[in-house]
Write a protein that binds this ligand. Structure first.
Ligand code: MG
Length: 160
């Protein structure tokens, strides 16, 4: 048995005329995240944490934003692809910890739904996932409500 860890980070600009998806949940908010896919920074950070732990590069290498196949794609499908790589590796998720950074919208009312969704996508029990929501204390682009960012950390264990 051996353990591995990975971290993921993502930030997306908030713009008019897009739906907002965070952790695979649609938030009722006037703006959404700009991106080639549905622009979900939470699921992108999740993918990058897992790819990092597996030593498999990053989300941009696996799903290039120049590839028309990924235009407008739900990020839940990208997590599904990364989950296949995880399953193939023989490693399993011990736990994952996520920090979502927004001034608006507030994450708290959707935290349970978001947790259920991410656990479903990763095939893990809810006790293995923690989600934290923070503001950026009104500082910088995040504080000016121009973007949403997310960090994810993951620990895996498995054969090797
Ligand atoms: Mg992204």
């Amino acid at each position: 048995m051996s353990g591995r860890i990975g971290i993921g980070y993502d930030i997306h600009r908030l713009v008019e005329g897009r739906k907002l998806f965070l952790g695979g949940i649609e938030f009722p908010y006037g703006k959404g995240c700009l991106g080639h896919s549905d622009g979900d920074p939470v699921l992108h950070a999740v993918c990058d944490a897992l790819l990092g732990a597996l030593g498999l590069g990053d989300i941009g290498e696996h799903f290039p934003d120049t590839d028309p196949r990924y235009k407008g794609i739900p990020s839940s499908r990208l997590v599904g692809e990364v989950k296949l790589l995880l399953d193939k590796s023989g490693y399993a998720i011990d736990n994952m910890d996520i920090i979502v950074i927004t001034e608006e919208p507030k994450i708290f009312p959707f935290k349970i739904e978001m947790k259920k969704k991410i656990c479903f996508l990763l095939g893990i029990e809810e006790s293995r996932l923690n989600i934290k929501a923070k503001t950026n204390e009104e500082l910088d682009a995040l504080g000016r409500r121009e973007a949403v960012a997310c960090w994810a950390g993951v620990s895996l264990s498995g054969r090797e």
